[in-house]
Ligand binder design. Structure first.
Ligand code: FES
Length: 172
């Protein structure tokens, strides 16, 4: 009697044509398959999906080589701050330099003081001459200088991936 009763819950198709019965075993089986397919789906989305396994793991940063415009755009004997590029373009007569704004102490952005004609760091007081050489405060070395060249169209091009010696300048 007991066996017959149990069979009824599993094979309800014979009795009433219902293809599925809500027995505990069926629900657990369904939950198991559901978990299985969810796991497979999660793995596949990692492998094939947007930014998945095949997507290159790179940072998209602006090029370190960029044009800053024609030489005449910079007044003679001036220091122009290009904040977005983190450089100063220093023009003395017809010579140009690109100097980093990054302080050599702990990396704050230095500022140019027109009154004093020097670079000053607002964080711990380092000071640099107009040519980038440090003379006061905790900064251990001069500001970085970057390569400046003239391209075919006559524009100044700075490459912040190429550091150059302090005395390097582009004369146009
Ligand atoms: S970060 Fe410039 S002096 Fe400390």
């Amino acid at each position: 009697m007991e066996i017959k009763e149990r069979n009824r819950s599993y094979t309800s198709e014979k009795e009433g044509g219902i293809w599925f019965s809500f027995s505990r075993r069926n629900i657990l089986t369904l939950a198991g398959w559901g978990l299985f397919f969810a796991t497979i789906g999660a793995y596949l989305s990692q492998i094939l999906g947007y930014k998945g396994f095949f997507y290159p793991k790179v940072l998209f940063e602006p090029s370190p080589r960029f044009s800053v415009g024609e030489p005449k755009a910079f007044p003679e004997n001036s220091v122009t701050t290009l904040k977005s590029r983190k450089i100063f373009v220093v023009r003395d007569g017809n010579s140009f330099k690109a100097i980093s704004v990054v302080c050599q102490h702990l990396g704050c952005a230095v500022e140019f003081s027109r009154e004093k004609n020097i670079f000053e760091c607002p964080c711990h007081g380092s000071k640099y001459y107009r040519n980038g050489v440090n003379f006061a405060g905790p900064a251990p070395r001069p500001l970085d200088h970057f390569e400046v060249v003239l391209d075919d169209s006559g524009k100044l091009v700075v490459d912040t991936s190429k550091k150059v010696p302090l005395e390097t300048e582009l004369v146009v």
